[in-house]
Design a protein around this ligand. Structure first.
Ligand code: NDP
Length: 506
């Protein structure tokens, strides 16, 4: 029904009526070789032009530029003591997946290799419904108060007057909102220009909760999908050159890799913390500008993600894909991280705007598990049968649900028993939260600069060059505050950045 006729490939109108020649518009002819005016009755012509004008759907305001693929997630280490989520239980358990890896700031047609964070989204089709992980390729974020999210992104986008991306508004925002310093350290390290999307990790950033079977207790976790290809990066010069010479570089790389059966994979690892440990920890676990140091909470392996199938059609499979942090199965629950809480609203809201209220019914988003939510029905392009005559209100009985004997379900709908979540929301001290920037906000950025980049040859020099090149594009009025911010990470870094910017300006 309504499918493309791939057997015979006879052209038809979109309504299925046969059409002889879709390549020639109908024109009035009196028999002479010179044909006359075109005819309004040419449905093919009008439909083709009208549909072309409507091909574009709203672009994602962030993460517009992306690459994606289908894949499989397999459990390699049992964590059934931590979570009741069935797709994480039982070594060898496999689930189908859909991945989408994106840049953040620029538009859908922009270049792949620009310096940016990469969004790392994964949909896992489980027997308990969809599980979405909407992660980034850096483990921390630029803000921890969601009210700043639109401002942050606008500062990375185009200036409202010039329509040009603008280093001045970028550094003005960040020097005035310095909780982002840790994320900036990653962005301007070489990880800001990955060699391919196969070579990036995916980090939850947020703390989530894994809920034990029976809903009796929970652990806080951070998820890490670590690339089995290793992390690999480009120099700023190479990334800039490729952005012009081959703007689809990452897209082609992933497609060609999968087409050649070189399937990229990632190992899922978790850091696990008890609520009591969270209470006593020196870092607020709801602050996504902070990592949990590996030495405190070691990474424990869980499973393996493999991307093994290219999209059949980019628009249908990847552009129409919708991922949301609110999409989670029993056994996984949100923490009180305000960024996570706000994203749980914002992402489905964006999907409703982009794709319509029935976006979950699209074939690429549709859960593998049975769906029954008849109190969500109608709306533009409902394609699931719209629940026939089933009751459209909660607590319907079978009798009330069936208006006419010949339609509707014959049994009353029930709710799945036993999926009540734990009842502890947030414990006392970890709930305390502030957006004010304090010295502690620079401790992990300093560890990154000195202990992670420091021992790796050339990495500190690249960082200084990468960041100075960008600051140099900004107006001088924002320089001093920016230099001061890097000096708070480490005095030698502040001096190196200042010297490099001034040397470029000389
Ligand atoms: P560790 O030495 O145990 O871990 C440092 C981690 O940094 C590595 O495991 C690696 O994470 C990542 N890394 C290594 N080289 C680079 C690089 N050139 N650019 C970017 N990231 C790199 O230290 P801690 O856990 O105590 O963390 C110290 C600092 O490391 C943190 O303040 C943070 O800035 C950074 N970091 C910490 C992570 C964490 O979750 N604890 C994750 C990533 C970075 P990976 O294997 O994930 O690539």
């Amino acid at each position: 029904m309504g499918s493309v006729d791939t057997e015979t490939r006879l052209y038809t109108l979109a309504e299925g009526c046969p059409y002889a020649d879709p390549a020639t518009a109908q024109r009035f002819s009196d028999g002479s070789p010179i044909k006359g005016l075109m005819l309004l009755q040419d449905t093919q012509l009008i439909e083709t032009l009208a549909h072309f004008s409507r091909e574009r759907i709203p672009e994602r305001v962030v993460h517009a530029r992306a690459v994606g693929a289908w894949g499989e997630f397999e459990v390699t280490h049992d964590i059934s003591h931590l979570t009741s989520a069935k797709f994480l239980n039982g070594i060898g358990t496999k689930s189908k997946t859909l991945s989408r890896i994106s840049t953040v700031g620029p538009e859908r047609g922009s270049a792949d290799t620009i310096r940016d964070v990469r969004g790392w989204a994964l949909k896992i089709f489980t027997e308990q419904g969809n599980q979405d992980f909407v992660f980034n390729d850096i483990p921390v974020f630029f803000v921890r108060d969601p009210v700043k999210f639109p401002s942050l992104n606008r500062s990375h986008k185009r200036h409202p007057a010039t329509n040009v991306t603008d280093a001045t508004i970028f550094w003005d925002f960040h020097s005035q909102n310095q909780e982002g310093i840790h994320a900036l350290m990653f962005l301007f390290s070489d990880r800001g220009t990955p060699r391919s999307v196969r070579h990036v990790n995916g980090y939850s950033g947020h703390a989530y909760k894994l809920v034990a079977p029976g809903g009796t207790g929970f652990h806080y976790v951070k998820f890490h999908f670590i690339s089995d290809q290793g992390t690999d990066t480009m120099t700023a010069d190479e990334a800039t050159r490729l952005a012009g010479a081959d703007p689809d570089y990452h897209t082609a790389d992933l497609y060609n890799s999968i087409a050649a059966s070189r399937f990229p994979s990632w190992t899922l690892k978790v850091q696990v913390m008890t609520p009591q440990q969270a209470e006593a920890y020196r870092w607020n676990v709801f602050d996504m500008t902070k990592v949990w140091p590996h030495a405190d909470f070691p990474l424990q392996p869980v499973g393996k993600l493999t991307l093994n199938k290219n999209p059949d059609n980019y628009f249908a499979d990847i552009e129409q894909a919708a991922f949301s942090p609110s999409t989670m199965v029993p056994g996984i629950a949100p923490s009180a991280d305000p960024m996570l809480q706000a994203r749980m609203f914002a992402y489905p809201d964006a999907a409703r705007y982009r794709l319509g209220a029935n976006y979950q019914q699209l074939p690429n988003n549709r859960p593998a598990a049975p769906v029954y939510s008849p109190y969500e029905r109608d709306g533009r392009a409902s394609i699931n049968g719209n629940y026939g005559g089933d009751a459209s209100y909660v607590r319907a009985t079978a009798t009330r649900a069936v208006a006419f004997a010949s339609s509707g379900s014959k049994t009353a709908a029930a709710f799945t028993p036993g999926i009540t979540a734990h009842d502890v929301w947030a414990l006392g001290s970890v709930a305390e939260y502030t957006s004010d920037v304090v010295e502690d906000d620079f401790v992990q950025a300093r560890a990154f600069w000195r202990d992670v980049l420091g021992p790796q040859p050339g990495q500190q020099a690249h960082f200084v060059s990468n960041v100075a090149g960008h600051i140099g594009l900004a107006n001088r009025e924002v320089w001093e505050a920016t230099f001061d911010m890097f000096a708070r990470v480490a005095p030698e870094l502040g001096k190196a950045v200042r010297d490099a910017v001034l040397a470029r300006d000389a």
